[in-house]
Design a protein around this ligand. Sequence first.
Ligand SMILES: *Cc1c(COP(=O)(O)O)cnc(C)c1O
Length: 427
Amino acid sequence: MNRKRSIALYRRALGLIPGGVNSPVRAFKAIGIPPVFIERAKGSKIWDVDGNEYVDYVGSWGPMIMGHAHPRIVRALKKTAPKGTSFGAPTPLEVELAMRVRKAFPSMELMRMVSSGTEAVMSAIRVARGYKGRNKILKFEGCYHGHGDSLLVKAGSGATTFGIPDSLGVPEDLARHTLTAPYNDLEKVKHLVNQYPEQIACIIVEPIAGNMGVILPEKGFLEGLRKICDEKGILFLFDEVITGFRVAYGGAQELYGIKADLTCLGKIIGGGLPVGAYGGKEKIMESVAPLGGVYQAGTLSGNPLAMAAGIETLEILKSRRVYHDLEKKTSYLTERIFESAEEQGVPVSINRATGMFTLFFTGGTVRDYFSAKTSDTKRFAKFFTEMLDQGIYLPPSQFEAWFISLAHTQKDLDKTIEACDTAFKKI
Ligand SMILES: *Cc1c(COP(=O)(O)O)cnc(C)c1O
């Protein structure tokens, strides 16, 4: 596959943008080849600047559940743009999107629109701290919640309870307020909660983890966290930036029947435009300015284009049939890929939820960050390159989710399975 123009653009970008990319996950660093520069996309396909076509399983890392350039969303944008793209004043569109979101997530009694998932989570954490008057938060190792200072922390060694920042530039004074526990480990959570009585403002979780590869909550995990939060007066914060409107219309909360105190959304609710939202119980959200003392603001918050794309997306998704379709595609693809790997004698483990899954190159069960890390990343890198050369565009890291959209066709899925047969044989 010729990727000359991508390579030339990458060289130029390297002199202008750190690492040539505007988000590190795009850099193909784990693969060791230059990233592909995209020219356009439609439905389940993307085309690079050299004219190569790929079936896309990145889906902009989650938002593109409808497929790319969906005609209804493009139409909504064309209708909205001529009326002005930002006013810095309230609009009917943001009220409409909020109404739709609350219908899907009844626990979000009041909500704020922001411009990214990162912003949503940062703000929700501030609200939790401000409302509770407590500084500490508890997160799970391997869960990503955007790049806010308090959240760029995973566990140090098992003995460490104070967070160690994952990034330079995060003050230790702040990171030490972030406690971490392994995903699916209720005992560790109980231990931490007892160790820091009345100091933890919230427990934040990806109710289905997507950012260490897909990992499902084991039976009783989320219920157990809910119980601990209730007993200890800790707020329970669901980061549904990926799972919201993906695993079900009402996200993981609907799927598992658990109510969060605070919820963060992003990705799908912007229909491919920059959006985030956070919200929760009225009495908690009343602490946000101008009602309360927690400050949070945004010049482009509730942006009309983003709201219009979000509204149209939710309008299509609300016929819940689409989730049945997405589930069928997901199970078909994952079952065939697993069979293909088995036939070629490649040990793999697949975790999946509706519309998202990860193919781990490990034979063992993946239930937390530690077990995810047992995957053979070198083998993944080879697999990725083989797939790319056959026109299948995957997330360029072992520890990410593949996203399926409603636009993926049976032909796309079968082409992907065939490419897997070849790739598994070669690696
Ligand atoms: C993507 C993501 C975020 C951050 O959203 P951005 O829009 O990239 O800032 C936060 N939480 C989760 C679970 C995510 O997957």
